[in-house]
Every structure is written in structure tokens, then in C-alpha cells.
Design a protein around this ligand. Structure first.
Ligand SMILES: O=C(O)c1ccccc1NCC(=O)[C@H](O)[C@H](O)COP(=O)(O)O
Length: 224
């Protein structure tokens, strides 16, 4: 799983078609979010996900922390990959792998001002049960752990890439203008963006998605 480009926060089928048409690989659907304000219904997300064919896939972005609940929700949606954004205990990650060995599990590493050591330890503890990590940026003003549109210290992401035995997807404030520099600096296996690809109406902007994908592909080619 390398040189993967993910776009998160899909709102509807037309947006999914546009994102795939512009060359992204995976699309993330944030569901049962802590805000209680999902952008799409579970039924509509499941219908879109059903239509994806490899190499394209729908990814459940979830703050659930119970392995059985995560597994049941993945079955309901028909996803092959889940991005766990909450504080999931290591024993629940282990249990999820036992319950669903075929499910591709991404675990978030939410970068704060002072938690690099904690994240490195999390990688050491959880990597046998995780298929890929995803960095993200904490917003101290709101307490949000995702979709903040904020970048973080890329030297921490780079350290996580070096330490992790599993591949890492880089996210947190990425956009068409900075994704190339981010890939060259951090050398991740994959990238993801959400708010940096939106237009003023809160929907994904075709030109931004196209440029994000093109810049990411160019930078992945550069780093080999
Ligand atoms: O975390 C959320 O609230 C969220 C909601 C809807 C879609 C995705 C969400 N977060 C996880 C992601 O994969 C985001 O793409 C990631 O946080 C990066 O977001 P951004 O900094 O806005 O590019």
C-alpha cells in the first residue's frame, strides 16, 4: 500500500465521482462523529462504498473505540478499511485484528505541541495490530483531533515514519500548495486531505482535488 492519495469528508455520490475522476485512490467517510453532525447519512455512504472497485475504496473514519462496534459498523457499511480517530486502547486494536484480520486498520497519531514521545511509544505498542498510521493535527482552541485544517511540526511526522514498522499516511492541514513539500520532507507512504480541498461552499473543489492529486503524484515520483 504505497503512494496512496486519500480525500476525506465525502458528502455525496456526485462528490465521490468527482474525487475518483480526478485521480484519488481512497475516499474517507466521517460517520458517527463526536460533533453529531455527519455530512452524509450511513445509508448513502454505504451505497457509494458499494460502488467502488479496487484500487478505489471507501474508508470509514470513526471515533468508535470498541472493537466489536467498529467491526459491526464496518460490516454494515461494507468497507474494507477503517480509520480509527479516537483513543482506542491497544487491547481493542488487538481484538479488532482477531475479529477482522482482513480489515485494513489505520490508526491516528494526533500531533500536539508536546506529545511526540507519547506517539512514538504508541507506535511501538500498537504496530502489530495496525496496517497503517495516519498523522493528524490537534487544535488546542477547540480540542478537535481531525479535520482541523492545521499543519503540525513535520519533523515529528518524519520521526514517526522512521520509527514505524508500518506505513504512514500523512494528514493535517495538507492542501495542493503544500502537499509536495510535505511528501519530500516526511516521505510518507500516503497522504490525505479534507478541509484544504474545500471551496467556500464547504464542498470539495474540483480544481483543488485535481491539483492535490497531481502534486502528490509528482512528489511521490520524486522520492522514488
Ligand atoms: O476528524 C473529523 O472530524 C473528520 C470528519 C470528517 C472527515 C474526516 C475527519 N477526520 C479525519 C481525516 O482523515 C481528515 O482528513 C484529517 O483529519 C485531515 O483533515 P484536514 O487537516 O482538514 O486536511
Amino acid at each position: 500500500m504505497n503512494k496512496l492519495v486519500q480525500v476525506a469528508g465525502c458528502i455525496d455520490a456526485a462528490e465521490a465521482d468527482m474525487i475518483i475522476g480526478e485521480g484519488a485512490d481512497w475516499i474517507g467517510f466521517g460517520l458517527r462523529l463526536p460533533s453529531g453532525k455527519d455530512d452524509i447519512s450511513e445509508q448513502d455512504a454505504a451505497a457509494i462504498i458499494k460502488g467502488f472497485e479496487p484500487p478505489h475504496a471507501g474508508v470509514l473514519i470513526s471515533y468508535l473505540t470498541d472493537a466489536q462496534e467498529v467491526s459491526d459498523f464496518c460490516t454494515q457499511l461494507g468497507v474494507v478499511a477503517v480509520q480509527l480517530h479516537g483513543d482506542v486502547a491497544t487491547d481493542q486494536l488487538r481484538l479488532l485484528k482477531e475479529l477482522r484480520p482482513e480489515l485494513f486498520v489505520l490508526k491516528s497519531l494526533v500531533v500536539k505541541a508536546d506529545n511526540a514521545e507519547e506517539l512514538l511509544q504508541l507506535v511501538d505498542d500498537t504496530h502489530p495490530f495496525v496496517d497503517m498510521y495516519i498523522t493528524d493535527t490537534f487544535d488546542p482552541k477547540t480540542g478537535a483531533k481531525g479535520a482541523t485544517g492545521l499543519t503540525h511540526d513535520w519533523s515529528i511526522s518524519a520521526e514517526l515514519v522512521r520509527r514505524s514498522p508500518k506505513p504512514l499516511m500523512m494528514a493535517g492541514g495538507l492542501n495542493p500548495e503544500n502537499v509536495g513539500d510535505a511528501i519530500r520532507a516526511v516521505r510518507p507512504a500516503a497522504v490525505d486531505a479534507h478541509t484544504g480541498l474545500e471551496g467556500p461552499d464547504g464542498r470539495k473543489d474540483r480544481a483543488k482535488v485535481a491539483k492535490f492529486v497531481a502534486e502528490a503524484r509528482r512528489a511521490f515520483d520524486d522520492i522514488g
